[in-house]
Design a protein around this ligand. Structure first.
Ligand SMILES: N[C@@H](CCC(=O)N[C@@H](CS)C(=O)NCC(=O)O)C(=O)O
Length: 199
């Protein structure tokens, strides 16, 4: 079995170092350059992503890109760590919903606020950040994690993003949200991923 993460430090692919550490499977890292703001770097020929983005994984020669697709693919391929509910588990539906909501609603909503772009009501597929975060906060007031009592790959996507925006006024922060981010980011697998990234 070969598993490679195509990665660029301190980007969205950092969350996949965290997920791979949670899964406790052997993997390699292929470092690539990406088109960062203020840098002259162009597309890196070592990156097979159609737009030169990260993350990408190569699993026995199969390429998967897009954060939510990679999360689902990896948690299905390596179920032993219990990081994603499997088919037949009543949490499977919520799991798929929260994955799709991340790429279809949460990220566009954050990016609209970050880029100071208004969201025309009803015409975009997402909602204003305040409305999106009200849904998240309500979910986290009921449970420790997005899917309930158990940490899963969706928490890596959500808590990883919230952690980046903790100091940014665009993120409305409830006490439950702060505790959630603290709970998720204190996991040993994240410490291992960060040490790998820095090291
Ligand atoms: N839709 C992609 C977004 C990935 C993405 O935008 N990654 C950034 C790094 S955080 C990137 O590679 N940017 C370089 C570029 O756009 O050329 C996903 O969900 O995986």
């Amino acid at each position: 079995m070969t598993l490679t993460l195509i990665h660029s430090p301190r980007t969205r692919s950092s969350s996949f170092l965290w997920l791979l550490e949670e899964l406790e499977v052997p993997y390699d890292i292929r470092l690539v350059t990406i088109r960062r703001q203020g840098s002259e770097d162009g597309l890196d020929p070592a990156n097979p992503h159609p737009h030169g983005k990260v993350p990408v994984i190569l699993h026995d020669g199969v390429m998967v890109h897009e954060q939510t697709a990679i999360s689902l693919y990896l948690t299905d391929a390596f179920p032993a760590a219990g990081m994603g509910p499997q088919i037949g588990d009543p949490k499977r539906g919520p799991y798929l919903t929260w994955l799709a909501y991340y790429s279809g609603v949460a990220e566009p909503s954050f990016m609209s606020a970050f880029l100071k772009t208004d969201v025309p009501r009803g015409t975009a597929g997402w909602v204003k950040v305040e409305e999106m975060m009200a849904h998240i906060n309500k979910t986290l007031e009921a449970n420790d994690y997005i899917l309930g009592e158990r940490f899963s790959a969706v928490d890596i996507l959500y808590a990883g993003t919230f952690a980046l925006f903790m100091q940014n006024p665009i993120l409305p922060k409830s006490a439950a949200l702060k505790e959630y981010v603290q709970r998720c980011t204190s996991r040993p697998a994240l410490a291992r991923a960060t040490a790998k990234e820095n090291g």
